[in-house]
Design a binder for this molecule. Structure first.
Ligand code: FAD
Length: 316
C-alpha cells in the first residue's frame, strides 16, 4: 500500500499526474491525495480522475506567492508521511519541489520522464546531458519526490460517480517567514504562439539561405495546421524568428503529433526539445545529417525543390 500526494497547479498537469498516480497505485494498492488551492475549484473532477482525497491549502495573505504554501505542505507531509510526492515540472513546480525536498530531508528526481516499481522501491528516469542520456535513479529516502515533465503521462479515463474526501490544512503558523513576497505582476509580451501546445511543428533550420525563404516553411505549416519553430542559429544569431520559437536545450520542448525539420542538421541540443514528438520527419540534402538517425520519415534533397512540391501536393 502506498500513499501518493500530487500538488495541483494546472488542470492539464494535474490530470497527467493523476494518470501516473493511478498507474503506480494500481500496482500496489493505496490512495491518491491532491493538494490544491483554497478555492477547491474543479475538485469534483479530480475525484473522477482518481483522487481519493482532496486537501485544500490555506488562503494566502495578499502579496504571497504559491511558494508560501511550502512550510504548510512540509509540516503536513512530515506528520502524515506520504510515500510519494509528485509536482509538475512547471516553473512553479520546479521552484517549489527542491525547497520542499530540502525541508523533508529527502531526494528529488527533477524532470522525471518514467517511473516504475522495482522490487518494492521506486525507480525513475530523467534526461541528462542535454538529452544525450537517460539517468535512472532509485530513492534511498522517503518520501520519494519528483517533478514530472508536462505531457509525459496521459490523463486517466475519468470514472463518473467517484468521490473524494475533503479536508483543509491550517494556515501558516504565526511568525513563519514566507521567503518571498510578490511586488508586481506584469503580463509577458509574447512575440509568438505557444509552441508547446502545437499538434504539428515545422522547424526551420540553417539550411534556409535567407529570411524571405521562411515563407516556404510558413506555408507548409499553415497547410498542415501547424506552427513554425526554429533552431537556435535562426533565433539567436540571425534573429529571423523570436527566441520563443527556438526548440531545444536553450529553448522550448515540443510534443507534437508531427515534427518536420527543414534544413535542420539534428544536433543533440536541438533534438532534445523534439524528444516527445510522436513522428519526426526531416528534409535535408545531406543523407548523413544526424536528424535522419532519429527521423521516422525523411526526404534527402534540396529543400528548395522539396518544399514547393510538398506545398503543391498539400494544396491538392
Ligand atoms: C550550450 C548549447 C545550447 C544549445 N541549444 C540549442 C537549442 O536549444 N536549440 C538549437 O536548435 N540549437 C542549440 N544549440 C546549437 C546546436 O548545437 C546546433 O548548432 C544547431 O541546432 C544547428 O542548427 P541547424 O540545424 O539549423 O544548423 P546546421 O547544423 O548548420 O544545419 C543545417 C542543415 O541544413 C542542411 N541544408 C543546408 N542547405 C540545405 C538545403 N538547401 N536543403 C536541405 N537541407 C539543407 C545541411 O545539410 C545541414 O544539415 C546549442 C548549442 C550549445 C553549445
Amino acid at each position: 500500500m502506498a500513499v501518493l500526494w500530487i500538488f495541483s497547479e494546472t488542470t492539464a498537469s494535474t490530470k497527467e499526474l493523476l494518470g501516473l498516480g493511478r498507474e503506480l497505485i494500481s500496482a500496489v494498492g493505496g490512495s491518491i491525495t491532491v493538494l490544491m488551492g483554497p478555492d477547491g475549484e474543479g475538485r469534483e473532477e479530480w475525484a473522477a480522475y482518481g483522487a481519493d482525497e482532496i486537501i485544500l491549502l490555506p488562503p494566502l495573505a495578499d502579496g504571497l506567492a504559491m511558494e508560501a504554501h511550502i512550510p504548510v505542505i512540509a509540516a503536513a507531509a512530515a506528520e502524515e508521511k506520504p510515500d510519494i510526492i509528485l509536482l509538475p515540472a512547471t516553473a512553479r513546480g520546479r521552484e517549489m519541489a527542491p525547497r520542499l525536498a530540502q525541508r523533508l530531508d529527502t531526494g528529488l528526481c527533477s524532470n522525471c520522464v518514467a517511473v516504475r516499481w522495482s522490487g518494492g522501491d521506486i525507480e525513475m528516469d530523467r534526461v541528462v546531458y542535454g538529452g544525450a542520456a537517460i539517468q535512472t535513479v532509485k530513492f534511498l529516502t522517503r518520501p520519494v519526490m519528483a517533478t514530472v515533465a508536462p505531457k509525459t503521462f496521459s490523463p486517466p479515463v475519468p470514472e463518473e460517480g467517484r468521490s473524494a474526501r475533503l479536508r483543509e490544512l491550517p494556515p501558516l503558523a504565526a511568525g513563519t517567514v514566507p521567503g518571498v513576497r510578490i511586488v508586481e505582476k506584469r503580463e509577458k509580451r509574447r512575440l509568438a504562439r505557444d509552441l508547446t501546445q502545437a499538434k504539428v511543428v515545422v522547424a526551420a533550420g540553417r539550411g534556409l539561405e535567407k529570411k524571405e525563404d521562411l515563407a516556404l516553411v510558413e506555408e507548409v505549416a499553415s497547410l498542415v495546421g501547424g506552427e513554425v519553430g526554429c533552431t537556435r542559429p535562426l533565433s539567436e544569431e540571425l534573429h529571423w524568428l523570436p527566441t520563443e520559437l527556438c526548440i531545444g536545450l536553450s529553448g522550448v520542448s515540443v510534443k507534437p503529433d508531427l515534427y518536420i525539420g527543414v534544413g535542420v542538421s539534428g544536433q543533440v541540443q536541438h533534438m532534445t526539445g523534439v524528444r516527445g514528438a510522436k513522428v519526426i520527419a526531416a528534409v535535408n540534402r545531406d543523407e548523413n545529417a544526424p536528424i535522419f538517425a532519429q527521423a521516422d520519415l525523411g526526404i534527402v534533397g534540396d529543400l528548395y525543390e522539396a518544399l514547393p512540391k510538398l506545398i503543391t501536393a498539400l494544396k491538392k
